[in-house]
Design a protein around this ligand. Sequence first.
Ligand code: NAD
Ligand code: TDX
Length: 334
Amino acid sequence: MKILVTGGAGFIGSNFIHHILEGHPEDEVINLDALTYAGNLENLSIWKDDPRYRFVKGDIADASIVDPLIAEADAVVHFAAESHVDRSIMDPGIFLETNVRGTYVLLEAARKHGKRFHHVSTDEVFGALKPDDAPFDEKTPYDPRSPYSASKASSDHLVRAYHETYGLPITISNCSNNYGPYACPEKFIPLIITNISEKKRIPVYGDGKQVRDWLYVEDHCRAIDMIIRKGRIGETYCIGGDSERTNIWIVKKLLELLGRDESAIEYVKDRAGHDRRYAINYGKIEHELGWRPTVSLEEGLRKTVSWYQANEDWWKNMKSGAYQEYYAKQYGKK
Ligand code: NAD
Ligand code: TDX
């Protein structure tokens, strides 16, 4: 199978490309990525001379680039997006451009060429849970609350509409918070690990008691791999990590793993409209495809800490340049 992966130079996309090229010797990958601040080709340097891998720099919202690539691929796995909630609060426009219009351009080309389309989405489209609410599942009504989640919800609706209206062979997955190698240090877990290493403060929004469900990225990639090969066309699959924790629990665990005390913790102003809790019931994909998460949170955090310790040049590079401007705007100069 020749797979067009969009956003393959980002966190989950690059893990997915490693997963496919390592696990499926018969597959080929075309990686279409605009290389925004979040994209980094170093993530995939081991494949750069492999005949099964090709990189194309380009914007998913540019039909002249997208059309010929979709024409030659058997399937599209669509990761490319603006993915950070805090950035969407600062500047929503680019989220609409990439996440909504970019997805539309891809869907039009997929429709023209009749190609299989998998859309990678998020649990944030379902809104926020109260402490005793049942976890999200495929029947949970959409209730996005940030510009990011509203843009992802819009793209999910478009993908489903292309299936219902034009019969496009689609699947959608909505997963919880990913963590692991290659995550941009703007996201919570790599921000904490790298800030601890740099002896900087750890900014905890509000009371730190918000709950996220953490999914090790390799488990997520394996789920998408199963969906594109065995998933039922037109269906949505929710993917979770069985690892609900408060944010402050995560901070304290990482401090413990890195052998530091809690003096670096700083409670800062809460995120606007901060969703209190996410959790996922992954019963459907477990029942239909036999998928379940295999990496425990303790093990995944250990692996993630080791990866960031072994790849200091990588994250220092990600934290240079434009990142510093973003960091100062989001957290102040300290
Ligand atoms: P990321 O920000 O690390 O990577 C996004 C990639 O998309 C980057 O390589 C970037 O260069 C590329 N990109 C951005 N705009 C583009 C454009 N217009 N054209 C082409 N490429 C473009 O994101 P991620 O964390 O890897 O997330 C991947 C997908 O998974 C996203 O769709 C996101 O909404 C979804 N998701 C992420 C998480 C998570 O915890 N990170 C959880 C659920 C769902
Ligand atoms: O400095 C911080 N301090 C803090 O307390 C940051 C960056 C985050 N947080 C909190 C906010 C959230 O409750 O930590 C939690 C996790 O934050 P993020 O890493 O920004 O993730 P989240 O907002 O939950 O969204 C993530 O998961 C779903 C991804 O960024 C999305 O792309 C995905 O759809």
